[in-house]
Write a protein that binds this ligand. Sequence first.
Ligand code: GRF
Length: 221
Amino acid sequence: MTEKPLSIVVLISGSGSNLQAIIDALYKQPVNAQIKAVISNKAEALGLERARKAGIDCAVIDHTEFADRLSFDQAMMLEIDRHEPELVILAGFMRILSNEFVDHYYGRMINIHPSLLPDFKGLNTHQRALDAGRTKHGVSVHFVSNELDGGPVIAQAEVAINTNDDAESLRLKVQQQEHIIYPKVTQWFAERRLKLDNQSVYFDHEKLLKPLLLNPRPSSK
Ligand code: GRF
């Protein structure tokens, strides 16, 4: 491969199972990408262990040590930018981001959210999907914008809600899809197939009129 590997920084706060799925995928397939660093706002995040095991640089920036959101975000930006990332991946990073932070990484920062956006932004998505009587639920990967969970959606995967599902069984079903969809989207970035332009997502130079659906696959493809 002649092109420089896509440089990635991953932000986490907890378990890091999505980080693990991305690490595993990058090792398994010849994806032209490199995770330069994993940064957590919590020292006890299990994801840091996963990163260290994979030989990835780690840093902890504890948000409780900062007077306000902006000074925390500025410290994060300094640490992130040391690695000159082309892509910042939020993988269970549980902090609300300032506009300054979002603007700085606009078009090169993505998040994974456990619902079929625009439905169920925010927390407790599985229980809310059940309470709403939905028969379908899922996961979305989107560019991060200043609206919480509101940025342009790149891809989604669906799961069926059965009558015997509860929030935990749904969480597990959705998580399975998360571990497929996030590495896939990362790979597309590494292949330079994704772009955000004027709030529209382009895939292979074509504007997406709706998110790419990874599961179930559209029957026409
Ligand atoms: C996932 O459910 C993801 O959708 C949400 O945060 C969770 C992170 O899980 N944004 P993990 O830390 O990757 O295991």
